[in-house]
Design a protein around this ligand. Structure first.
Ligand code: FAD
Ligand code: NAP
Length: 583
């Protein structure tokens, strides 16, 4: 890398010999794999560390029965490569976990990513050495490497949350967490099983487990709003339509609110007649998936409008579940529709019509402790062979707070974020130069089709890193002013919505002691992309550069043009870089 602070590989750095890279990427899910690909295309030397024993991220860890995406497969996939889009064929409307994992492995092979990936390695610390403008990265296997840039692709839902229930370790039967499921087949045949939690992971696995187990007890603390997936084999006509029009569909997703192609209703739910409203909801229910989100323009900002959607879902629950007392327990009533992540199901409510399933309302009958034999509530003990914890994640900030990250002044990130995460655009945090977060807090992230948001972040970050290199700055950092006003903007926007009314993982409410703040950016994927592009086009407005700029303004403009060439993949310089890497 043509930068004054770059070190040739193997050069002595401090007391020990360190391996040096232009960039370290942490995590090998959708985000890390694409980041690695982009950086290699730009000629950066990269090491990617992944804690798991294989690539795939979410889709490597969450192997529970029934796991699949709830954004349609064709949309929940990369758009960066025409060839990849032509070559890959999804088989179902919502791809299963094994199929998505196969896809990500295909991507790793197709773009020859594996050589730069070190598996079974957890990054434990990253500290910025201001004198060298480099990150020193440490792993649980004793590696220490130095890099100009550090990109955290550590995932928003990658740290499983084990509930703090008394006696959990005493249980003598089998214990599983949905987000850390065994590789080998788990067979519940002949077993009495208990599942704790009724979020998306539970909603997908409960119907599958109920079909296998002798008996299933579902411990529900908060009922969820759940809409049908209507999953099916992908029709040939749908595939042909997607292949023929994918550019237009992708563009629609990129400029939408949620990163989805689904049609956004522009009317208020309150301005239409009850019949028209019912028809709209019914159509979206029949269509399936997250289409309900976009039925009307004011579902997330007007409680009365939201109530109409909530009541529609409640009427469906009452119609599906035969026992009215059980149906009543399943009705979400104490938070607005969609303010906890809506779950997408296949036969969830129908499962409670089975004779071998009992719903336990863990509010009126709280879990007291786990015993050697099962779960004891305040009413009775349930003897179990297996317990499934579908209890979610330390979301959005968990993976970042798990690493001892120290910035320019040595201040730990954990300390800086002690009252909630603070970022500029969700991409960088002030005081931590040259460290980027893909789908970080303060970006649309989990409030979108995440692959769309991941690609947008990766492209922006790769372009930014190329810009820093071409302009020969040593580092880039978000300014405190820009960060403060972005955080205010993010909070202000969420304050206009109904989201703060729910105890959701979006706000950290599921982790005791975690600061309570709505973490994603709610202003929409399209407007957010426009804002990020404006920032870059205005010379990275709100960012400060450090180190001597060795080039004139005219040379910087030329550098910008050549970066555009890299992005378009038609630079001869890039070809030269790649061939010099290979030789
Ligand atoms: P991840 O896939 O989480 O990958 C992060 C990787 O970083 C992990 O492999 C982890 O092991 C690794 N890592 C973390 N910390 C370290 C460390 N310190 N050192 C080394 N490695 C580390 N989103 C949607 O938009 N649509 C869906 O339908 C959808 N379905 C989902 C279903 C499930 C079951 C779950 C849990 C999430 C789902 N999501 C969905 C969200 C999903 O997380 C994202 O869509 C996407 O897969 C995230 O990719 P990522 O690369 O950012 O993070
Ligand atoms: P989650 O939505 O956080 O659900 C966790 C569940 O566990 C909640 O029902 C929670 O109850 C319950 N719980 C936690 N601790 C408990 C305790 N001590 N006692 C009783 N109940 C307890 O987690 P998740 O289901 O794993 O889903 C997380 C996110 O991952 C989703 O929202 C979604 O974004 C993504 N995901 C998507 C899919 C998909 O369909 N594609 C599938 C799985 C996950 P409370 O609500 O009362 O806290």
């Amino acid at each position: 890398m043509n930068n004054s602070t770059a070190l040739p590989a193997g050069k002595r750095f401090g007391a020990d010999t360190l391996e040096t890279f232009d960039a370290v990427v942490v995590g090998a899910g959708f985000a890390g794999l694409y980041m690695l690909h982009r950086l290699r295309k730009l000629g950066f030397s990269v090491r990617l560390y992944e804690a798991g024993s294989a690539v795939g991220g979410t889709w490597f860890w969450n192997r529970y029965p029934g796991a699949r995406c709830d954004v349609e497969s064709v949309e929940y996939s990369y758009s960066f490569s025409e060839e990849l889009q032509k070559e890959w064929q999804w088989t179902e409307r919502y791809a299963s976990q094994p199929e998505i994992l196969k896809y990500l492995n295909y991507v790793a092979d197709r773009f020859e990513l594996r050589a730069d990936i070190q598996l079974n390695t957890r990054v434990t610390a990253a500290s910025f050495d201001e004198s060298a403008n480099r990150w020193l990265i440490t792993t649980d296997r004793g590696d220490q490497v130095s890099a100009n840039f550090c990109v955290m692709a550590t995932g928003c839902l990658s740290i499983p949350k084990v509930p703090d229930i008394e006696g959990l370790e005493r249980f003598q039967g089998n214990k599983y967490h949905t987000a850390n499921w065994p590789y080998e087949n788990v067979d519940f045949t002949g077993q009495w099983v208990g599942i704790i939690g009724t979020g998306s992971s539970a909603v997908q696995s409960i119907p599958m487990i109920a079909r296998q187990a002798t008996y299933l007890f579902v411990f529900q603390r908060t009922p969820n709003f759940i809409v049908p997936a209507h999953n099916a084999a992908l029709a040939r006509t749908a595939v042909e339509d997607w292949k023929a029009n994918h550019r237009e569909y992708r563009e629609r997703a990129r400029t939408s609110l949620f990163g989805l192609t689904v049609e956004q209703g522009m009317k208020s739910a309150l301005e239409v007649s009850p019949e028209e409203r019912e028809t709209e909801y019914e159509q979206r229910w029949r269509h399936g998936g997250l289409a309900m989100y976009a039925a009307f323009a004011d579902i997330f900002i007007n409680k009365d409008a939201n109530d109409t959607a909530a009541e529609f879902v409640r009427s469906k629950i009452r119609a599906i579940v035969r026992n009215p007392a059980v149906a009543e327990k399943l009705l979400p009533t104490d938070y607005p529709f969609g303010t906890k992540r809506v779950c997408v199901d296949t036969g969830y409510y129908e499962t409670f019509n089975r004779e071998n399933v009992t719903l336990i309302d863990a509010r009126s009958e709280p879990i007291d402790e786990i015993t050697a034999a099962g779960v004891r509530t305040l009413a009775k003990e349930y003897n179990l062979d297996s317990i499934v914890l579908a209890t979610g994640f330390d979301a959005i900030t968990g993976a970042l707070r798990n690493i001892d990250i120290r910035g320019r002044t040595g201040v730990p990130l954990k300390e800086k974020w002690s009252e909630g995460p603070r970022t500029y655009l969700g991409i960088m945090t002030s005081g931590f130069p040259n460290m980027f977060t893909i789908t970080g807090p303060g970006s649309p992230s989990v409030f979108s089709n995440m692959v769309v948001s991941i690609e947008q972040h990766v492209d922006w970050i790769a372009d930014c890193m190329a810009y820093v290199r071409e302009t020969q700055f040593a580092s880039i950092e978000a300014t405190l002013d820009a960060e403060n006003s972005w955080v205010n903007h993010v909070n202000e926007l969420s304050g206009y919505t109904l989201f703060p009314l729910a105890n959701s993982w979006y706000t950290g409410a599921n982790v005791p002691g975690k600061p309570r703040i709505f973490m994603p950016y709610i202003g929409g994927v399209g407007p957010y992309r426009t804002k990020c592009d404006e920032v870059a086009n205005n010379g990275y407005e709100g960012f400060a550069f450090c180190g001597k700029r060795a080039k004139s303004e005219a040379e910087v403009a030329a550098a910008r043009a050549s970066i555009k060439d890299y992005i378009l993949g038609n630079s001869t310089q890039e070809q030269e870089r790649l061939s010099s890497r290979q030789s």
